[in-house]
Design a protein around this ligand. Structure first.
Ligand SMILES: [Zn+2]
Length: 293
């Protein structure tokens, strides 16, 4: 069992090669030995069933694991009734698309805090999410993992602790750990192996080692200000966090997460850079084990 790597959405190189449709992505990814793809519904859950099924068929054919990023409009802590009702709809619609596509997980942002203060916002969000979970069960969509994401801005819910608290609300939930976001919101932490280890230690403590070892991970270089996340960059830009310490922890612990790269435009190339580095680390530790006997 190995970690899986792939891009969020379709990279520039895909379009530059003349491709247009997301259903062409699985074959394109397989050509680069990448085995994961995060389909973006971030600007709305409005994929046609036929398209979703085609993407799913191609992913199955080429051995690419699919996740879906739910709309950014999801706002579980909202005090506005219309936004709250729309949030419920966005969830169910995204899960329906995931079921057509055969995507095994949906990644979502918990939402902004607004004026109510952090603890109250968490209470509101958990109340709204409990309703989502009820509808999900009623529709038999609880075979699709739900993954709340750690967020990059201070005015959003989604610290590691908040994400872990959410993950305890149902047994079909896993954390989506976005290390770029953790780096941004902490003002530049998560650059050393110890810091990456501390995240996984905490996930193990709260959710157990199986979930810690099979978490969903987002990774990109990120520019930040005092408020947190400003912009995603690429592996060629001078921003953190570095990927090597993350991969070292994963290789060492024999974790098998799905790692989605969110670089700006070069997300497939940078996913491949991570995969190659990870494979090299695994080979090195295997050789070390055999030669040190
Ligand atoms: Zn996200």
């Amino acid at each position: 069992m190995f970690a899986h790597f792939g891009p969020a959405g379709n990279p520039d190189a895909f379009y530059e090669a003349g491709f247009k449709a997301s259903a062409q992505m699985p074959a394109w990814l397989a050509g680069q030995n990448l085995t994961a793809y995060e389909y973006q519904c971030s600007r709305g859950a409005n994929v046609r069933e036929e398209t979703a099924r085609l993407v799913g068929e191609k992913a199955a054919q080429y051995g690419v694991k699919l996740s879906i990023h739910a709309p950014y409009y999801i706002s579980l802590a909202t005090e506005d009734e219309t936004t709250a009702a729309n949030t419920q709809k966005h969830f169910l619609k995204t899960l329906e698309i995931a079921s057509w596509m055969g995507a095994d997980r949906v990644i979502f942002h918990i939402g902004g805090i607004g004026k109510q203060g952090r603890p109250q916002a968490m209470e509101t969000a958990k109340g709204a999410f409990a309703k989502v979970l009820e509808s999900v069960v009623a529709r038999g969509l609880n075979n699709i993992l739900l993954a709340p994401e750690t967020m990059g801005k201070r005015n959003q819910l989604g610290t590691l602790e908040e994400v872990l608290e959410f993950c305890q609300m149902a047994d079909w939930m896993i954390p989506a750990i976005d290390f770029g976001h953790l780096h941004a919101v902490s003002g530049g932490r998560y650059t050393t192996k110890e810091e990456f280890e501390s995240v996984f230690d905490r996930v193990e403590e709260v959710l157990g080692s199986h979930i810690a070892g099979n978490a969903h991970i987002h990774f990109s270089r990120i520019e930040f200000t005092k408020a947190g996340e400003k912009r995603h960059w690429t592996f060629q830009d001078p921003y953190g966090p570095p990927h090597e310490p993350l991969l070292a922890v994963i290789a060492e612990r024999k974790y098998t997460p799905r790692i989605i790269c969110e670089s700006a435009g070069t997300q497939a190339r940078d996913a491949k850079i991570m995969q190659d580095a990870y494979r090299a680390m695994l080979n090195k530790s295997n050789n070390y084990l055999t030669t040190s006997k």
